[in-house]
Design a binder for this molecule. Structure first.
Ligand code: ATP
Ligand code: MG
Length: 140
């Protein structure tokens, strides 16, 4: 059961991200689906900020994966993976999904389909659509 919402601004996207953050139990794999520039990284930044981290989320496009320590009750770490540029699984060497999926860790993956099955069994999905420059449709 998903719900489509329209965000007209970064503030509205941050509010949706904060609401999503409250729903996290820890241990989830979250797939982020949507075109380039549709707001996936912005959403993760909103989640990390809502959970109280002051570290600014940057796109992991060139690093494959970033980790953010979190000091909330249920979530102690956010892992943010972006597979867009990694067409070849050997570039994923350092990533061990099982290691990441600890009870207190939440993993967000942009472009989860790139390796087929590896990230296929996401617990949650968030879909993003570009509407116009300031507007995004976000389906949670
Ligand atoms: N309502 C909105 N919600 C989210 N982002 C918005 C909104 N309006 C404008 N933007 C802008 O859209 C861009 C979204 O970029 P972002 O890096 O989050 O996209 P992405 O989906 O992660 O893309 P990529 O696949 O290239 O990593 C940002 O520059 C952001 O400022
Ligand atoms: Mg991104």
């Amino acid at each position: 059961m998903s719900e489509k919402k329209i965000s007209h601004s970064l503030e509205e996207t941050n509010a949706l991200a904060a609401e999503f953050a409250l729903s996290l139990k820890g241990g989830e794999l979250v797939a982020l689906i949507g075109d380039l520039g549709s707001g996936k990284t912005t959403f993760v930044r909103g989640v990390v900020e809502a959970l109280g981290s002051r570290v600014r989320v940057k796109s992991p496009t060139f690093t494959v994966m970033n980790e953010y320590p979190i000091d909330s009750e249920k979530v102690k770490k956010i892992v943010h993976v972006d597979l867009y540029r990694f067409k070849d699984p050997k570039h994923l060497g350092g990533i061990e999904l099982d290691d990441m999926m600890k009870e207190y860790t939440v993993v967000f993956v942009e472009w989860p389909d790139i390796f087929g099955k590896m990230f296929a069994k996401a617990d949650r999905e968030v879909r993003f659509k570009f509407v116009d420059e300031d507007t995004r449709e976000i389906e949670i």
